[in-house]
Design a protein around this ligand. Sequence first.
Ligand code: NAP
Length: 295
Amino acid sequence: MILLDGKLVSSFYKKKLAEEVKEMKARGERAPHLCAILVGEDPASETYVASKVKNCAEVGFDSTLIRLDNSVSEAELISRIESVNINSSIDGIIVQLPLPAHISVQRVTESVSPAKDVDGFHPLNIGRMVQNLPSFLPATPLGILLMLEHYKIETAGKHCVVVGRSNIVGTPASILLARNSSPGNCTVTLCHSRTKNLKSITSNADIIIAAIGKPRYITADMVKEGAIVMDVGINRIQSSETKSGWKLVGDVDFEPVSEKCSMITPVPGGLGLMTIIGLLQNTLKAAKKEVQPVL
Ligand code: NAP
């Protein structure tokens, strides 16, 4: 079994990004600049945003963190986003999800300039992705593609089963793996909570992408011998093995599945790290004005 090692692969990509930033600065250009907007104090969101800011610094990007109170109105949040949209010193904007219940994720997502939408969540970028036009790809699916590419995994003609159909992971991952592209050209089955006989479908998969949000949901009996297993899930569970009393596990039952499959991503240390690379690559693209979607 080959471990698809997010630490190794992300550090490879970070070195490349850092070199590119050095070259930009040597040409007298400014470094790419990411703005993260964090509403409230959700501990998981705090951790994710802190990690994004830290990774920006590691590759030489500038970053700005805007913190807003949980009680901020939707109008105030959108007005802050609009001011970042027109700030020419900022290339990319991310609004950390989840947002408080009184704020519409859809309206907020659509208020981000598509040219600065480095999370790749704006409907314009999603539409362009579907049509295989230059766009910002959603960061987690992009991280999956980069992982497949790095390990030179042939995907053409393979049966890829994606479990989970969220707008940010499962649905775009299924579209990207089905595109006439490399990685891509898979025959894709997209599964969700209403799927019947999930086990009979996953058991036929050459590649499984698990994006469910349920700890260790994909068990060894659901996986074909020699399959490639990509685990997007990040679930915090109680544990007597750690001092803190909790640990992170994926949506895949790692130990038994790893004995059966040919390749697998661990959690932590897998696709979470690749998501950050997707975000950094998108921010660099935004700084270089490589994607110019116009509404
Ligand atoms: P989500 O929006 O909650 O979507 C979960 C999906 O799983 C839904 O489509 C749901 O189906 C499906 N599902 C739920 N129970 C199922 C079942 N029993 N059988 C089959 N499908 C089932 O979650 P998400 O945002 O996509 O995130 C998924 C996981 O990835 C979470 O653990 C999250 O923390 C993690 N994540 C990781 C990263 C990263 O950087 N690695 C990034 C984002 C998310 P319905 O549509 O029918 O409800």
